[in-house]
Design a protein around this ligand. Structure first.
Ligand code: TEU
Length: 561
């Protein structure tokens, strides 16, 4: 795993199935819709598709509450549709990664129903049940990630159960070997169908260190479960067991979603010699603007210096030891161009969307493109919480406005910056009604700017973000140095510039990005005089000495001996 592998060279595209393309006109994206759009993905240069959960689910958290791991959600289609999608992907040389959500199940899962009904029965110990505290309250002060206590009392069982997310998402008890057997069998079931890997939802939370009160969170309402739940004492043991019993038997790729992970910990989860995962999603980049830790505050300032520090630490620490997963966003994040770029004018939007992609995806690691980011999709603007479907945002609204007395308009302003709902507006395919996403009524409204930002318009424009993404991924693929080369930050540049070099066997590449709309001084050293410009978001080969607004410069210097 320290050497060349297909998943290091691959470009992953994340499909949020509910919002990708609706083939049957019921307003909800579906598997047949994805099949119909595979040409789009292969033309973009996608190697791997990661699907958000498509399993049977009551849908409290859009599929992250699974009631049957071996069935397809009716809204999305049938198992036959799934098999066809997989065959169609493989037929085009692409692979499929599924979401593995096993920190918790739905409370409608038969395991939980049985567990609640019969504490002595075979599923009695499948979840985390605790006696009430002396006063009859919850066993500790932990708050759930999506509001309220992390514990819910069950009348039926006379005990509390733990749920780090909503009450409808009870946490599985990984200490029980029978739980692990079930999870591993289920993973094998999907491998037997032919899938190529898993993205593992909050996998760093599966081993709990204990159940003491946590430090009170910034909101003052609840205690923080992270110190005892993230990177717990048995998590590596569980992943090694998973690797030995399932993963090692397949030519797969795995990526953990690892809340609370540092670069050093990433080398444990995904170290080349560790037999656990292939790579992990970190949260430190998403946190430079307080994205996770201060999510519902108006404090969303960030500095490029912080961003460079975080990413440089990841690049340097993992070098030769583990592999990075590179992402600017996903279904849990607002749109990157609105967040770290500039969506104030069409020109700035297009320019900064291309710059951001260049800056991140030419680092060492596997690029993950979130659906719609290749179009430079922006945040929407919600005028009321009623326009928001997402359970996290809705619960936060109730908590902030109802319990903490935050002004409703102020809370909507925060939602319009921070909510993950922005990532979930349906994909705009053309300028027709509802962006051509559906012939019915879309499950949630499109971003109203679909008339301007859509696939058809961008396909017709060679200067669009879409065409740029395609060229960028082709450039990365064509040069080993951009995949495998060592990263080194260029020190001493203007504070608005992020420049770094990659180097592999004497071949060097320089990536320099201007994160501002102004012209800024920048010149690559003299030895870059002979270099070749690989790609430009200005469509020319203008002289160096400055970077224009949101310009991304990519140079390649090949050893001539
Ligand atoms: O997300 C995890 C998540 O929401 C983190 O941001 C969380 O803040 C962190 O784990 C600290 O508790 C995943 C999925 O991507 C998301 O869509 C789901 O809602 C969630 O897990 C629950 O399954």
């Amino acid at each position: 795993p320290g050497g060349r592998t297909w998943w290091k060279e691959a470009v992953v595209y994340q499909v949020y199935p509910r919002s990708f393309y609706d083939a049957n006109g019921d307003g909800v994206g579906d598997l047949r819709g994805i099949i119909e759009r595979l040409d789009y993905l292969s033309a973009l240069g996608v190697d791997v598709v990661w699907l958000n959960p498509i399993y049977r689910s009551p849908g409290v958290d859009n599929g992250y509450d699974i009631s049957d791991y071996r069935a397809i959600l009716d809204d999305f289609g049938t198992m036959a549709d799934f098999d066809e999608l997989l065959a169609a992907l493989h037929g085009r040389g692409m692979r499929l990664v599924m979401d593995l959500v096993v920190n918790h199940t739905s409370n409608q899962h038969p395991w939980f129903v049985e567990s609640e009904r019969d504490a002595q029965g075979p599923y009695g110990d499948f979840y985390i049940w605790r006696e009430p505290a002396a006063d009859g309250g919850a066993p500790n002060n932990w708050g759930g990630c999506f509001g309220g206590s992390a514990w819910t009392y069950s009348q039926e069982r006379g005990q509390y159960y733990l749920h780090l997310f909503t009450p409808e998402q009870p946490d599985l008890n990984w200490e029980n070997p029978r739980v692990r057997d079930e999870v591993f069998d289920m993973m094998e079931f999907w491998f037997q169908r032919g899938i190529d890997g898993f993205r593992m939802d909050v996998i760093s939370l599966i081993s709990k260190a204990g159940y003491e009160d946590g430090p009170v969170r910034e909101d003052g309402l609840w205690g923080d479960y992270m110190p005892q739940c993230a990177n717990g004492p048995r998590v590596h043991e569980y992943l090694r067991e998973m690797n030995e019993r399932v993963l090692s038997r397949h030519d797969d790729m795995t990526v953990g979603e690892n809340a609370g992970v540092t670069p050093e910990l990433a080398c444990l989860y995904a170290g080349f010699d560790r037999d656990e995962l292939d790579m992990v999603f970190q949260f430190e980049l998403m946190d430079v603007d307080g994205g996770e830790s201060r999510k519902w505050t108006a404090d969303w300032g960030w500095s490029l210096a912080d961003m460079k520090r975080v990413m440089t630490a990841w690049q340097e620490t993992l070098e030769g030891r583990a592999w990075n997963a590179l992402f600017w966003g996903n279904h849990d994040q607002p749109r990157v161009v609105s967040r770290f770029g500039d969506d104030s004018t069409p020109e700035r939007r297009v320019r900064s969307a291309k710059m951001l992609a260049t800056c991140l995806y030419l680092m060492q690691g596997t690029p993950y493109v979130y659906q719609g980011d290749e179009l430079g999709m922006t945040n929407a603007c919600f005028s009321s919480i009623d326009e928001v479907d997402d359970v996290q945002t809705r619960n936060a609204y109730v908590e902030q406005v109802g319990q903490l007395g935050v002004d409703p308009d102020e809370m909507m302003r925060i939602v319009n910056h921070r909510s993950r709902e922005h990532a979930r507006t349906p994909m705009p395919w053309n300028a027709e009604k509802d962006g051509g996403f559906t012939t019915g009524t879309p499950w949630r409204a499109l971003n109203p700017n679909y008339a301007e930002i859509n696939v058809e318009a961008e396909l017709a424009d060679q200067d669009s973000p879409l065409h740029y993404y395609r060229r960028l991924m082709a450039v990365r693929r064509a040069h080993d140095v951009l995949v495998y080369g060592r990263y080194a930050l260029t020190e001493g540049t203007d504070e608005r510039v992020w420049a770094y070099e990659r180097e592999l066997g004497g071949v060097r590449a320089l990536v320099a990005c201007n994160f501002s709309g102004d012209d800024v001084p920048f010149s690559p050293g003299e030895d870059w005089g002979r270099a070749r410009r690989l790609i430009s978001n200005y469509g020319d080969n203008a002289p160096t000495g400055a970077l224009r607004g949101y310009e991304a410069l990519v140079l390649l210097l090949e050893d001539d001996c």
